[in-house]
Design a binder for this molecule. Structure first.
Ligand code: IMP
Ligand code: MG
Length: 193
């Protein structure tokens, strides 16, 4: 597996530091939303069932696992499966939803989380489905964002790192289902793709 890596773009300690910052910032912002809506309990924690994180499978799993451990508040996860890069493709083939969006988001504070913001189709389609339900708030978070990429009309509220328009793997991101377990974010050798 490591032989297939051409170069490491972001190493694990930089990822860890940034994810910690993001978690703290997101938690602070959600807490402010909760307060504004009167959704805090007597102890200052989120009232039950108010904060819902929606990780987009499969690429966001490693990121989300680390991120939520920097968000000390009452929250729950609702996983959504979306496929846009079937098999060995490296270009988005349009978004297909592989599971239902939970239908219980009215009045909730929702954070949609993906591994990477590329064409933007994935986050835009999930955001629309969430917003149809009138959540109290809906924010988008992506670990990575490709700069200079043509994108549909969507912005992430939180981005971990801006990266050049290259195909990357690791820390949850895959090529043909592999390399998700690489602890760093890396570019593959041309021979490996
Ligand atoms: P978008 O819908 O084009 O923004 O694409 C987002 C999805 O495509 C992400 O959820 C990723 O799974 C996948 N993707 C986009 N760029 C890359 C990449 O460089 N490496 C691995 N997966 C990617
Ligand atoms: Mg993927």
């Amino acid at each position: 597996m490591l032989r297939d890596v051409q170069r490491i773009l972001i190493d694990r300690s930089r990822i860890a530091r940034r994810v910690e910052q993001l978690g703290a910032q997101i938690a602070q912002d959600i807490r402010a939303d909760l307060e504004r809506h009167g959704h805090l309990d007597d102890n200052g924690d989120a009232a039950p069932d108010r904060v819902i994180l929606i990780p987009i499978l499969t690429g966001s799993i490693v990121f989300v696992a680390d991120l939520i451990r920097h968000m000390p508040m009452k929250l729950s996860l609702e996983l959504v499966a979306v496929s846009s890069y079937p098999g060995k493709s490296m270009e988005s083939k349009g978004v297909s939803l592989r599971s239902d969006i939970p239908q219980t988001l009215a009045g909730k504070h929702v954070l949609v989380i993906d591994d990477i913001l590329d064409s933007g189709q994935t986050l835009l389609s999930v955001k629309r489905l969430v917003q149809e339900q009138n959540p109290a708030s809906c924010r988008l978070c992506a670990l990575l964002e490709k700069t200079g990429k043509k994108r549909v009309d969507v912005n992430a509220d939180y981005v971990g790192f801006q990266i050049p328009d290259e195909f990357v793997v690791g820390y949850g991101l895959d090529y043909d289902g592999y390399y998700r377990n690489l602890p760093e974010i890396a570019v593959l050798r041309p021979e490996a793709v």
